[in-house]
Design a protein around this ligand. Sequence first.
Ligand code: NAP
Length: 277
Amino acid sequence: MSAELLNGSRLAQRVRSQIRRRLKKLTFTPGLAVVQVGEDPASTLYIKHKQRDCEKVHFHSEVHRLPTDISQESLIQQIETLNTRSDIHGMLVQMPLPDHIDKEAVIDTIAPHKDADGLNPVNLGNLLINREGVTPCTPTGIIRLIELTEETIAGKHAVCIGRSPLVGKPVGLMLLNRNATVTYCHSRTADLKVEAQKADILVVAIGRSEFITADMVKPGATVIDVGINHIDGRAVGDVKFEEVKEVAGFITPVPGGVGPMTRAMLLENTLKLAIGG
Ligand code: NAP
């Protein structure tokens, strides 16, 4: 058996088309601001992609490039200014930040109603109490990919490997909100293989190349590979795709799975913030 591919690139294209259609009913242009501190080349590339995505859906986007040695106070001031701008509906601060900046304090400063990444504690708190508003982009994209399978999430056993606040923890909560039974695994899990084998839905977000092998996957499971790792200049996931696809029922590729959906969800969050819902 070979798993059905969950094509994130194609689904992201559909999301962008829907956004363009919804935009026709608006009398204003949604605006996204991205704040970059320093010149990390990977961050610069990610931001370029985000700007290109905005162009594709005719959003206004702007990038605020700030020097690496900017003080925390000045950075917070810049964010506060963006909070007050009526033409900016969503914003994000590109990570990583330099060591002298307190990342949590920065995220706390982004007004919850401008929080395009859905990482402000208010939005994460709403997610915790099953009042999902703006939710983090990668987990939201993962849920959309799982929905592509047209299988009900309720009652399924979901196993999230990885518990970061960016991916693992919120995706587990989103699955729980949809009535899955959720197990979290992490670096201290006693027998990860046994836990993974129980998963009807297996979400892997650890950042370890091809860590999940076929013997760790329940036949017919939905496998979501969040990892982006590089081997000899080639992007590979956390899942050993070639062998796991022979066991899984559905699987996301890397690249072309979760990545494009993360970017599409940023656009969707911006639109949601722009129309206030
Ligand atoms: P992170 O903050 O480094 O968290 C990694 C998580 O994996 C931690 O919870 C860690 O456990 C766990 N872990 C690490 N090694 C493990 C092991 N051997 N066994 C079990 N658990 C292990 O990473 P992240 O931000 O969540 O990102 C994870 C991966 O997803 C990375 O490859 C990243 O590039 C990728 N990513 C992709 C997208 C996308 O759009 N496609 C978006 C975000 C991230 P502890 O908590 O115990 O340390």
